[in-house]
Design a protein around this ligand. Structure first.
Ligand SMILES: Nc1nc2c(c(=O)[nH]1)N=C([C@H](O)[C@@H](O)CO)CN2
Length: 117
C-alpha cells in the first residue's frame, strides 16, 4: 500500500501525570504514517484526490493542544481515531515522542497502528 507521512510534527501539550505537567506545556512530536492509494491523485494532479498532509497536520495539532491529558497513550489513540475518521484513511501508524520526559534519555514514546473496521 502507498503511504503518506508526516515526520516530527510538534504540538505543545498539557501532558503528564505529575503536578507541574498540568500547568506547563511541553512538546510532543508526532511521526504519522498513513496508508493511502496515490493513483487517483497522481492521475488527476488534484489536491482533492490526495490525502492533504497540511490539513491533517493542523487538525492533529489542534486536537492535541485542545485539552490536558495524563498519558501519551491517550493522545496516540485520539490522534489515530481522528485520522481514521476525519480523513477516511484505512490504516495509520502514530508514533508519539515526549522528549522532555526522561532527563537521561533523548526521547521516550509510544507507537500504535490502527485500522478502520
Ligand atoms: N507509558 C507511559 N509512562 C509514563 C507516562 C506516559 O504517558 N506513558 N508519563 C509519565 C510522566 O508524565 C512523565 O512523562 C514525566 O516525566 C511517566 N511514565
Amino acid at each position: 500500500m502507498d503511504k503518506v507521512f508526516v515526520k516530527g510534527l510538534r504540538a505543545d501539550a498539557l501532558i503528564g501525570v505529575y503536578e507541574w505537567e498540568h500547568e506547563q506545556r511541553q512538546p510532543l512530536l508526532f511521526d504519522l504514517t498513513m496508508d493511502w492509494d496515490q493513483a487517483a491523485a497522481a492521475a488527476s494532479d488534484a489536491l482533492a484526490d490526495a490525502l492533504d498532509y497540511d490539513a491533517l497536520s493542523k487538525a492533529v495539532v489542534k486536537l492535541v493542544e485542545s485539552r490536558p491529558r495524563q498519558l501519551i497513550e491517550t493522545v496516540a489513540e485520539e490522534v489515530a481515531q481522528l485520522i481514521l475518521n476525519e480523513f477516511q484513511v484505512p490504516s495509520v501508524k502514530v508514533r508519539v515522542s515526549k522528549p522532555m520526559a526522561v532527563a537521561a534519555a533523548e526521547t521516550v514514546g509510544v507507537e500504535i497502528i490502527r485500522s478502520r473496521n
